[in-house]
Ligand binder design. Sequence first.
Ligand code: GDP
Length: 492
Amino acid sequence: DKPAPSPRRDQDDRLLGGLLSPAFDDYSCRSRYASPSLYRRPSPFRPSSHLVARLRLYEARHRRCGPGSPLFREAVEHLRSGRNAARSECQYTVWTPFNGLGNRMLALASTFLHALLTDRVLLVHAPHEFDGLFCEPFPGSSWTLPAGFPIADFDGTFTMLSPTSYKNMKKAGTINGGENPNVTAETLPAYVFLDLIQSYTGAAFCEADQRVLAKFNWMVVKSDVYFATAFFLMPVYRRELARLFPEKEAAFHHLARYLFHPSNDVWAIVREFHEAYLAGADERIGLQVRVFPELPVPFETMYGQIMRCSEQEGLLPKVAERNAAAARNTSAVSSPDGRKTKLTSILVTSLSPEYYERIRGVYQANRAETGGYVAVHQPSHDGVQHTEARGHNQRALAEIYLLSFCDRIVTTAVSTFGYVAHGLAGVRPWVLLRSPSPGTPAEPACVRSLSVEPCMQAAPRQMCGAAKGSDIGTLAPYVRHCEDVHGGVKLF
Ligand code: GDP
């Protein structure tokens, strides 16, 4: 007899090993405590007790300093007055979205990690198209910037030319000497803008930079990069990060599972699709095909690459050629002797319907070699990216989650949408590599990623303190260059 599951064990699963606070109600956010075992295989990673303890401390700080609290009102008054107060009990980081949803989730998770490391409170500027995608992550408070906040025009204020950007202030000499302990915080402007967009990621990862930034009570971060990786290369954070994430490969996995809970609207899309097409499968294979508009790849080239990858790695079920009518008869999920045949569901996500249509056609016309049944599904195909539209983003988030329920995941090189999906899943993906030049097929077609971590694309060329000309991919035993972006680095 199997032992009955113990209530303690159930609670541990429900809270992802203590990662989640039990302090929320179930209904306002159904995805948060949705039984993980219904949707995914158990995570191979467990959060450390230190991470769990730091998250509970963070939540207490967020309640004390967050929107609605007297300390928050006071800090906002300082910001409005244009002064950076000398000693402030609460310091804040305001994250503002930039680029597609995958980029946003990577940057937001990185910003949260920075807030954890530096005892700041994370707030989110949520324009219309971002609003309503996620549940509140911190109990008893909100992460959304409240109405009436002194800064309203984020797009206009925070550009690469902004005089309040850290990089520009450094250049202009506004904060020169800011790292000097004798230069007091009151002499600094009321806030600093940390511009970490693709090509400027070098700006903030020296310890001297971090000392200056720590003096600002308000910081605004705009980024489209998974810059969390850089903190693991800074001696000042190394010890704490080793305690937070003894398994470095799982840093984003835990941060994302802690922070990102799809809202009830998004969860309804996920659940419905899952119940209809994925729940009954014995194996789920996720295939994410992203063709970047700035780097178009003809359909046949990309399709050919997917098939080469599948063949090379034994991913999609092999087909045994035969006629379509006979293939249709195998759509019964039982074999003649009553044994259940294996059901494989292939989940295709892409802006275009073509890959799904071709692959579905293959399995409609041919039986799987092993005799199992193969079903192919695609939740949506919006054609082009519409980051400004909320419904489009809701579908994108739902698909990131559905992909993350898959047992094996194939992603497209460089796509942050894919990074988030396999990071949430805790699965090392097969990555369809970029071709070296137009017209030349990628060889090999794909590689198995070294780790479940996202790649920090656009990594700083040089870390502070590292020998001149040293390679950032060799600075620590737990980083490597990414398989898909050679200049990038990832933890493993
Ligand atoms: P990246 O550009 O691939 O790095 O990923 P991002 O998520 O940052 O930006 C791409 C955006 O295009 C997504 O956020 C979606 O809005 C849209 N998109 C791309 N691929 C898909 C897909 O497979 N399904 C859906 N629903 N949307 C997609």
